[in-house]
Design a binder for this molecule. Structure first.
Ligand code: BGC
Length: 757
């Protein structure tokens, strides 16, 4: 037993039942909904733990995440400011496919956490992007668990390298915002394990987050925070998680029947179920929960052993914290340096979707640039809700282009500037009426005069149009006017393209969005499309870095862009039933999420998973496997050569096609990937990717096991899920049980899952 564990045992022995109950609950000194605790030691942090001064146990502070530290930027009677860096959103970071870079972002973010006196950052968000309309997709990484898990591991390791903690969230399957506080999700054990849990599994094994946040939703009839199979059997026994589990804020409260946060004392979570399941800490912590824990200990319905186990785990977290070490924080993190980290990362995760006739890059002496779209003037750095960082500034596209020395059309700027200012005011007023969880009110578009456009198309060299979207916690997006472009946006694209193309001038669209939008109806009208995502506070500069060619784009999609929203495998069951106020949702698409569906069922997307253009081209050669028979490990090597004229980086993606065994399997699955260094023209790099036994296995529910079927496997290596460059085969001589697990996720409702055969 370690010294710390011995000390912790002594503390627990001295704690009263009341102190234990208090300790299992967070401390909310005001309404801690969405990181609003302004009485906290760190104003604006989301919550804190309970202190026991007589036993020298301090209070530790947790704050949101995940795109940067969320605290109040100003304080009462204090002239200093406490801005944090708004880094690019999670989706963009994943689209870098560059885990060391994600680690650097994490390191910078964790530094701010520590220097602002916070102990644990509430992030990263590792939920699978099941459907493009989820309002919080921007906080999440991918439709694929391998990308999600590897990106999360890099982020967690980066943040925690500072000696502060993370809270990987929302565990698990928190894939919609509508009725998130009680939606009952019917999901098969196979879909849970292969899709919704696998990213969390990778991150736990590679990075050991200090904490994990259980999600609001029910899975197969039981709140995630009350599921022992999830929080103990799988998380701890199977994966080896060592930290604590905390609930999401008011997790386990029945807020479908009692909506809102208004009457929290009338309802309360089932603390006995939560504590016994292994949900250690209840956040933000309510008096009724404490009272109920004490009552349950006294009447024997809650075992003191479970209570002590959870108390000890939380104590171990406190002992690891900077607060326990009496760390003296500066309130002066290096924001300037971190802005540069944000700028570089943002440029690397942007995805070039289209670039006909080398429209991009643009030279700064191309002539004057016409900048359209209200979002060009009001760039969106990140999404809304608890994932919104309070940054000091956001560089707009106009500022970014100016900084890069482009010459901009002043008439157009003068036209937009007052309109945008008025629109920002109107949208803010409208949104404030909706409260914290209001859906985003986008800025309207300016109606453009045809004669003006014709004149400008003659005078200017190129047109840039920005389309913006924002969303966040508490609400999901809509198909019309959000996923699909609004009529005003379609008109703007059509009119500008007609006018500029008539003068042989090019049109570039920037998509400043937090989630997938429809592209197929308008993409043929424009020459280039750059998906900038929500790139953090340096956004405009990062876009300019790409437009001017300082950076060659190397981001690739970590999700599919469908032709039509209704092509999505989850479209027919999205949000659940009854439609108006859904209580139940059946994940009928099963494991066929994202490209697993599109590739298996032959549905052609607008832009496929893994897709992204560069200013240069890459050749794949010398693809070899370490063996053509799988024993315990297989290594694939491939040489990637930059055969274009510009320096650039390439992401090589490895997909596995498994033999037809006894259960349904997707056409292919991503198993590994790597990004090259910056390769100069003509330069090559050998990439090595490894397959382990689990990579060959599918989850067989009947056997409660991961099983690899015998037969021929094909490995495809390429530039996207469709752009396969080289293939090789190997065989597994005998079917193998890779891992036996505990039964979990007993279905509470029978439904039919999608099958390919
Ligand atoms: C969100 C979490 C967040 C927490 C604390 C909840 O409403 O779902 O992601 O960490 O609030 O602000």
């Amino acid at each position: 037993m370690s010294k710390v564990d011995k000390e912790i045992d002594k503390i627990v022995a001295k704690m009263t039942v009341e102190e234990k109950a208090n300790f299992l609950c967070g401390v909310s000194s005001s309404a801690t909904v969405l990181g609003q605790d302004n009485k906290s030691r760190v104003p604006g942090a989301a919550g804190q733990t309970y202190a026991i001064p007589r036993l020298k146990v301090p209070q530790i502070v947790v704050a949101d995440g995940p795109a940067g530290l969320r605290i109040s930027p100003t304080r009462k009677n204090d002239k200093n400011t406490y801005y944090a860096t708004a880094f690019p959103v999670g989706t963009l970071l994943a689209c870098t496919w560059n885990t060391p870079l994600v680690g650097e972002v994490g390191k910078a973010m964790g530094h701010e956490v520590k220097e602002y006196g916070v102990d644990v950052l509430l992030g990263p968000g590792v939920n699978i992007q099941r459907n493009p309309l989820c309002g919080r997709n921007f906080e999440y990484y991918s439709e694929d668990p391998v990308v999600a898990g590897k990106t999360a591991a890099a982020m967690i390791n980066g943040i925690q390298s500072n000696g502060v903690g993370t809270s990987m969230k929302h565990f698990a399957a928190n894939n919609q915002e509508t009725n998130r506080l009680g939606i009952n999700e019917h999901i098969s054990e196979r879909a849970m394990r292969e899709i919704y849990l696998h990213g969390f599994e990778i991150a736990v094994k590679k990075a050991q987050p200090w904490t994990i946040m259980s999600s609001y939703n029910k899975i197969d009839g039981t709140y995630a925070s009350e599921r022992k199979d999830l929080l103990t059997n799988i998380l701890r026994d199977e994966w080896g998680f060592k930290g604590i589990v905390m609930t999401d804020w008011f997790g386990g409260y029945n807020m479908i029947d009692n909506p809102g946060f208004g009457d929290l004392n009338k309802q309360v979570s089932d603390v006995v179920a939560q504590v016994s399941a292994g949900n250690d800490l209840l956040m933000p912590g309510m008096q009724r929960q404490r009272d109920n824990i004490i009552k349950a200990i006294k009447d024997g319905s809650l075992s003191i052993k479970d209570v002590d186990r959870n108390v000890k785990r939380i104590l171990r977290l406190v002992y690891k914290s900077p607060t326990m070490a009496k760390f003296v924080w500066s309130n002066k993190p290096n924001l300037k340096e971190h802005a540069q980290v944000a700028r570089n990362a943002a440029a690397e995760g942007m995805v070039l979707l289209k670039n006909d006739a080398n429209t991009l890059p643009l030279s700064t002496d191309v002539g004057t640039v016409a900048t359209f779209g209200t979002t060009s003037y009001n760039f969106i750095s990140g999404g809304t809700g608890s994932g919104d960082v309070n940054e000091a500034y956001t560089v707009s596209l106009i500022q970014g282009l100016n900084n890069a020395n482009f010459k901009l059309d002043k008439d157009i700027i003068d036209l937009y500037t007052p309109f945008v200012a008025k629109e920002i005011k109107r949208a803010a007023e409208e949104k404030s009426k909706m409260g914290m969880f209001g859906t985003d009110v986008g800025l309207k578009e300016l109606e453009l005069d045809r004669t003006l456009l014709e004149k400008k198309a003659k005078e200017d060299a190129v047109a840039i149009i920005t389309i913006g979207r924002n969303s966040g916690e508490g609400a999901d997006r809509k198909v019309e006017g959000d996923f699909n472009l609004r009529d005003s946006e379609q008109d703007m694209i059509s009119q500008i393209s007609e006018a500029f193309h008539a003068q042989n001038k090019k049109v570039v669209v920037i998509l400043n969005v937090g989630g997938v939008v429809e592209t197929s109806s308008w993409r043929n009208k424009v020459d280039a499309i750059l998906l900038s995502w929500q790139p953090g506070q340096e956004g405009g500069n990062s876009v300019a870095d790409i437009l001017v060619g300082k950076v060659s784009p190397s981001g690739k999609l970590t999700m599919t862009f469908p032709v039509n929203y209704y092509d999505c495998p989850s479209a027919s069951s999205w949000l659940g039933t009854p439609r108006a106020n859904p209580r139940e949702v059946a994940y009928k698409e099963g494991i066929y999420v994202g490209y697993r569906y599109y590739t298996t069922f032959g549905v052609k997307p607008s832009y496929e998973f893994g897709y992204g253009l560069s200013y240069t081209t890459f050749n794949y050669s010398n693809f070899t496997l370490s063996s053509n028979i799988f024993t315990n490990k297989l290594t694939a090597t491939v040489t990637i050569t930059n055969i274009g004229k510009t320096a650039g980086k390439e992401v090589a993606e490895l997909y596995l096609v498994a033999p037809k065994g006894s259960i349904d399997k997707p056409a292919k699955e991503l198993k590994a990937y790597a990004k090259t260094n910056l390769l100069r023209s003509g330069e090559s790099q050998v990439i090595e990717l490894t397959l382990n036994p689990r990579d060959l296995a599918s989850f067989h529910e009947n056997e409660e096991a991961w099983i690899a079927d015998k037969g021929q496997y094909q490995i495809q290596i390429g530039a996207s899920s469709e752009d396969v460059r080289q293939t090789a085969t190997f065989s597994l001589p005998e079917t193998r049980i890779i891992e036996k697990v505990n039964p979990a996720f007993k279905e509470d409702k029978v439904f039919t899952e999608l099958r390919a055969k």
